[in-house]
Design a protein around this ligand. Structure first.
Ligand SMILES: [Zn+2]
Length: 361
């Protein structure tokens, strides 16, 4: 299929929906994107697996990455898509082929941007992080992510959602001494030993932290607890899993220090603490001049004021490199992955207008 990058953006989005691209099956859409960008004279195109990168090389002092993923969650009778009364329907309408359509159409149009642009279209976003195409690009072509600012076209209802909270998972293992429950005094109950940790967590007052003008609400919670191997045994071990969603004013080390302080306050003898999972936070960077102009251009479209992204997204891949990043795209994120995924065409044109005005400025 030949994509028409110069026609209407909603027709382009419909064309993209009609190329099925469930994660792991992005070859056809990547071929179409590579072919279409190959005929755009003002970009240099690079392909890595099913990720396509198109860069302007005008020697501008600043460079921005504008990024979208090509894959979707599985199709559920919602391909082919349709345009009906100003609404685009179909798998990926929200997450995120309308966004990708905006990016492709601007990649073709904006030949003389005020900042150099690295357009990135990648595979495997909706599946395990180890397969993520943006992560693979960062490993195989680190220069691709060497930018001053990044915009991800994920659905935000055409407003800016800056940065993202980090997430840290920790297992706290409380030791005990096993015994038959008929002679409980011979043992030490590890589940009871976890009580001070739960009390400390219940008493913890999470902060709302303002970072670069956006408010990030934190949370520190027990998300799982396990202990005991039989109904007549004093448990020798109890594991409490904690999840800390922390604001982007903190590094991973600082976030871990918060959790460690809380666990120390519980004063549990012999407690063993292990980090099992983490995803870095990302600053929105909206105080930087490069972002200021972006915020202004988007405000001119009538969009809501920027807000903080609380969930973890691929912006964090930029955050971990110290690059500020925001989400900005058409579609209501709550409809992402829904069988009746749909997006008003008006939001698609709004985002095209906001992004386009910024890149031309
Ligand atoms: Zn997405």
């Amino acid at each position: 299929m030949t994509l028409d990058l110069t026609g209407s953006v909603e027709e382009l989005a419909l064309q993209l929906i009609d190329i099925e691209s469930v994660s792991g099956d992005e070859r056809a859409i990547a071929d179409a994107v590579e072919l279409a960008l190959g005929s755009v004279r003002h970009v240099d195109v690079l392909r890595d697996g099913d990720a396509i990168v198109a860069r302007t090389n005008l020697g501008r002092p600043e460079r921005v990455a504008i990024v979208g993923h090509l894959d979707t969650v599985p199709v559920r009778d919602n391909v082919p898509g349709r345009l009906d009364d100003g609404v685009l329907w179909g798998r990926g309408a929200v997450d995120m082929k309308a966004g990708v359509a905006v990016l492709l159409s601007l990649a073709a149009e904006v030949a003389e941007p005020s900042r150099d642009i690295t357009w990135i279209f990648y595979d495997h976003e909706e599946v395990d992080a180890s397969l993520n195409g943006l992560g693979r690009l960062a490993r195989n072509h680190p220069d691709v992510l060497d930018v001053n600012f990044a915009v991800l076209g994920e659905p935000t209802s055409a407003g800016i959602e800056g940065g993202c909270n980090g997430t840290l998972r920790v297992e706290a293992t409380v030791p005990g001494i096993a015994a038959h429950s008929a002679r409980a005094w011979k043992g030490t109950n590890a589940i009871h030993g976890a009580a001070p940790i739960l009390a400390a967590l219940a008493g913890f007052r999470p902060e709302t932290v303002t970072v670069d003008e956006l408010a990030y609400r934190e949370g520190l919670n027990a998300v799982r607890i396990s202990g005991g191997i039989a109904n007549n045994m004093i448990p020798a071990e109890c594991i409490v899993t904690l999840n800390y969603r922390y604001a982007p004013d903190k590094t991973l080390g600082q976030a871990l220090a918060v959790v460690t302080r809380l666990l120390e306050s519980a004063a549990v003898d012999g407690l063993v603490v292990a980090v099992t999972d983490h995803g870095e936070a990302c600053r929105p960077g909206l105080d930087a001049p490069i972002a200021r102009s972006f915020v202004d251009a988007v405000a001119a479209t009538g969009a809501a004021a920027p807000s903080a992204k609380l969930g973890w997204t691929d912006v964090a891949r930029f955050g971990s490199l110290g690059i500020p990043a925001v989400n900005y795209g058409p579609g209501d994120a709550e409809l992402a992955h829904a069988d009746d995924e749909r997006v008003p065409v008006q939001q698609i044109t709004m985002v095209r207008e906001g992004l386009g005005a910024w890149l031309h400025a």
